[in-house]
Structures are given as C-alpha cells and as structure tokens.
Design a protein around this ligand. Sequence first.
Ligand code: PHE
Length: 350
Amino acid sequence: MLSLNVMEEELIGIKNTALSFILEAEDLETLEDVKLQFLGRSGKLTLTIKDITKIPPEQRKEVGILANEVKQTIEDAIKSKSESLKHKTKTVLRKKIDVTNPAILPPLGHLHLVTQAIEEISGIFEKIGFTRVRYPEVEWDWYAFTALNFPPDHPARDDWETFFVKSAPSPKYGPMILTPHTSSGQIREMQRVEPPVRMLNIAKCYRRQSDVSHTAMFHQFETLVIDENISISHLKGVLDYFAKSYFGENRKTRIRPYHFQFTEPSFEVDVTCGVCNGKGCRLCKEGWLEMGGAGMVHPNVLKAVGLDPEKYTGFASGWGVERVLMMKDGIEIDDLRLLYSNNLEFLKQF
Ligand code: PHE
C-alpha cells in the first residue's frame, strides 16, 4: 500500500522536474522528448497515475484531483513553450543579414563632469610647475587639525563638521577621521619633500552636510608653495592666473581678510561675477563671487614639520572643485547633489 503523502510528494516532484525541462528546451524536438518522458504511455506521470490504485480507496479522490492538475499544468506549459519556439524559428528564418548595414555602436560614455574639472584644474597648475598629489581620504586628526595649528578642543574644529572613524585613536596622531579638507596634504607634502614645494593636492573631502550646494563627499584642490621669500604677491599672482585661465581672461580677483588657524594672514578670494561682469546682479548682488580660502602658511605649521619659519615662508589655498565648477559660465546646476546621483540623463548633458 502506498500512502497519500508519498503520492502527493511524487506528483509535485514530477511537476517541478517537467516544468524545468520545458523551460530549458531550446527546440521543438527536445520539447517533444520531454512530452514523451512525462506524458507518454510509459511516461513518468502516466505510470504514477496508475499507482493510484495502490492507495486506500478513501484517499484516491484527493490524489486524483492533484494528478489531473499536474497533468494540466505540464500540458499547458508544453503548449505555450511550443508556440514560442515556433515563433522563434520563424523570426530566425525571416531575418536576413545585410552585411552592408552599419554595425551597432556600443554606447559611448565620457568622463564625469567632476573628473573633467579636476583634469582642467590640474592642467592649469601643472603649466606653472605645480606637482599634482593625492593624500589619504582616511586621515589622523594630527594631520587635519593639530599640525595645522588647531589647539585641542578648539571650537574652530567644529567648522569642519568632521566624520570620525570608529577605531582606536593613535597615541601619536589622535582619532581617525575622514579628511575634512585637503589642507592635511600640506603637512604630508612638507614631510615628503624639502622646499621648494609646489603642491597641488586634489582629493575627496568629507563633512556632515547635505543641501543644494553641499554634499557629504566633495572635492577640494589645495595649493601649497614653500620657499625662501614667498610673499602675498605670489599668492595673488597664482590665484589670479588660475581664475583667468579657468573662468576667462576678463575675470578679476580680489582678496578679503579672513581667519584660518593654519594661515596668517588669511584671506577669502573672490572672483568677479560672470553674469554681470562685476557690476552687480541678482546672482552675486555686489559683483563678486566667493571662491574659497587662502593665506600665508602659519609659522606654527612650518614648525610642526620641522621647517624654520625664519628661513621659509609660503602660501596655501584650498577651494572646492564642485564650487568652482558651478561658477563656470554655461554650467547651471541648481542642486549639487545631482552630480553624485548616477542620473545618466543629467550626466549625459556635459
Ligand atoms: N582648508 C580650508 C577649508 O577647507 C581652506 C584653506 C586652505 C584656507 C588653505 C587657507 C589655506 O575651508
């Protein structure tokens, strides 16, 4: 005597195997074989149905219903597969190959807008002898703050809205953080090479911020020049050269006093607005757009890397790649977050 459960399991097993064979069949012949194998006179399903007589009479009805369902399902699947295979054969036969047709071109992408900006910025600075470098995205507090003349627990550290990495602090360098600005590269560069230093550090930076003009990850480009007799005129000359090369010859720059822990004196650099050419308009109000920070390297920073501030002086600047990009003529992005949204419709435009 067979039991109800065993029969049911057997039937379900047959159904699943048959369906997977049907699915895999690639031509009508194979499909015909599958049909015979399950529904033929000595097919698996046919034989199993015969076994129904071996189970107790009061359970036969239930198994009978299931057996019919399984049969129906297999028949339907064979029918629809056979139709789709017939259709496929027809289209393959009908399709003539015209060898004179142009080939299908693979879709062609291009560099991301920010990568394009980084390449352009690098080219401008490399022309006047800067060396492009890139320093760690995960950094020690000492490089990003302490060596840059931030006293421990100084409120100015809050301006950088730093991300901290959950990791044991280094006894020497303090907590591990995500680089909040490229200025940490100043320290690394002065440790790597002796003056004269002419560094361009372009790297990813991270801060806890997100709105139309800020993303948590963004890029900065940092200049650092260290040598004997470097003065504010060098700073003004280099940054003005950059603004003219990047935005256009007709743009002017100006420096305004500001405060940074690691530069003294410190400045904010402005460039004339490209929309009104410095006259004042709705976008800029007074004719100037703010570009970013700069200043003369603080003596304490030089001391932190063992350079003699009596002998060497230098200047540094740190600006946002996305920021200067948005200030360029012809680039109108009303939400900076779009740059990192992987939205092809948006990216294709540039
Ligand atoms: N690191 C500063 C910032 O992120 C910019 C800066 C760099 C200012 C170099 C002065 C000199 O805002």
